[in-house]
Ligand binder design. Structure first.
Ligand SMILES: *Cc1c(COP(=O)(O)O)cnc(C)c1O
Length: 397
């Protein structure tokens, strides 16, 4: 049987998959079983931020694979400890817990917030409309999009939702019983939309006034994606907790929760755990990822971001009726398309031209290329987009 037929037979049909069987990747490109090459503007949904098979990451994995893979958290292990130190050095004075996925990190962050809050008579959590925090029961409860929650009732209680940017609603919701607010500084799944500065300033103010924790979900915005190592670093906000996953292992499953030191020290032994969390392989890989994402790497991401933004602005001038709004945050890019141009159709047309793209929100094309992308690949994407829009214009004219 062919892989696609087999998959339809043996895999639970939760995913709508593109009919390609991917066999290989290198840098910004992947290949299918027919040896056709695709420019990957998805990075496996903002995961493979250093590109496919980054040599330094491959080497770190191979090196560790020959020594030891796993021993559990009943023992000390050097790669895990070093990774924690690196994360703290590059965020804030804190302590780290390792998990295996974004949802699991957010779930753990919620547990930490509740352990902290229950001692202080605070159990309520504020989350935002259009947010996305994962697919476990706890994290769909935190997610502000009906499509992910429908059919799974009853969900977790004491979570209230606020419209992003609505300061009045935020004030209304934020009473003395709030233990934490969960946010993404840029809602990626929700349409690649950043929170406004005044809204975030009010979050900071209220968190101090009401003594509540700020939890920033950096699962997608973190690991260099938005041009700084973590997204929050561009927004003048001071989180008490950040969660990381996606880009942290460049494709190897690993996630982390970083909490401020006093909060970490308050956590009692035995109250949270993960068998796989922070194992040798995952941490060896993540250490290599972090070492690669130094200042000059991030400067280069910002340069590519500027270049990509300029190119897209030029294209928008040519097709203002199709490209309604363009938002560029590092190499997380959202392009709102006119309704005559459904994003599903655009993704399909890009695919036919050998380019993989993503969607977000209602009708937004989302681009999350590997951060190692060059002008050359950006140019070939722009050229394909131009052709695509021209074809579409010809048809509607
Ligand atoms: C992808 C994502 C998650 C969920 O991560 P998983 O590894 O799929 O569990 C959570 N939050 C944000 C912001 C994400 O983009």
């Amino acid at each position: 049987m062919h892989t696609i037929e087999m998959a339809e037979h043996y895999l639970i049909p939760f995913y709508k998959r593109t009919p390609l069987v991917i066999t290989k990747g290198k840098g910004c490109y992947v290949w299918d079983e027919k040896k056709r090459r695709y420019l990957d503007m998805t990075s496996g949904i903002a995961v493979v931020n250093l590109g496919h098979r980054h040599p330094r990451v491959v080497k770190a994995l191979q090196h560790q694979a020959k020594r030891i893979w796993h021993i559990s958290n009943l023992f000390y292990q050097k790669p895990q400890t070093e990774l924690a130190e690196k994360l703290v050095q590059r965020s804030f004075d804190g302590m780290v817990f390792f998990a295996n996925s974004g949802a699991e990190a957010n779930d753990g962050a919620l547990k930490i917030a509740r352990l902290w809050g229950n001692k202080r008579g605070k159990t309520k959590v504020i989350a935002l409309q259009q947010s996305f925090h994962g697919r476990t029961i706890a994290t769909i409860s935190l997610t502000g999009q009906e499509k992910y929650k429908k059919g799974f009732d009853p969900l977790l209680g004491e979570i209230v939702f606020v419209t992003p940017g609505n300061i009045e609603e935020l004030r209304q919701a934020w009473d003395d019983t709030v233990c934490a607010i969960f946010l993404e500084v840029i809602q990626c799944e929700g349409g690649v939309k950043a929170l406004s500065k005044p809204f975030l300033d009010e979050v900071m103010r209220l968190s101090r006034e009401k003594e509540s924790l700020i939890i920033i979900d950096e699962v997608q915005t973190g690991m260099g994606r938005t041009g700084t190592l973590f997204g929050y670093q561009q927004f003048g906000i001071e989180p008490d907790i950040i969660t990381l996953a996606k880009g942290l292992g460049n494709g190897f499953p690993v996630a982390a929760i970083v909490v401020r030191r006093p909060l970490g020290k308050e956590m009692p032994q035995g109250m949270h755990a993960s068998t796989f969390g922070g194992n040798f392989l995952a941490c060896a890989v993540a250490n290599a990822v972090l070492d690669t994402m130094d200042e000059s790497f991030l400067n280069r991401v910002q340069k590519m971001s500027q270049y990509f933004g300029q190119q897209l602005t030029e294209l928008q001038k040519k097709y203002p009726a199709f490209l309604l709004d363009i938002r560029v945050y590092g190499l997380m890019i959202g392009i709102d398309l006119a309704k005559e141009l459904p994003v599903a159709e655009v993704i399909e047309r890009f695919l036919a031209k050998g380019i993989l793209t993503l969607r977000a929100g209602e009708n937004t094309l989302r681009l999350a290329p590997p951060l190692i992308i060059h002008e050359k690949e950006i140019q070939s994407f722009i050229k394909a987009f131009d052709t695509l829009l021209q074809e579409k214009q010809g048809r509607t004219a």
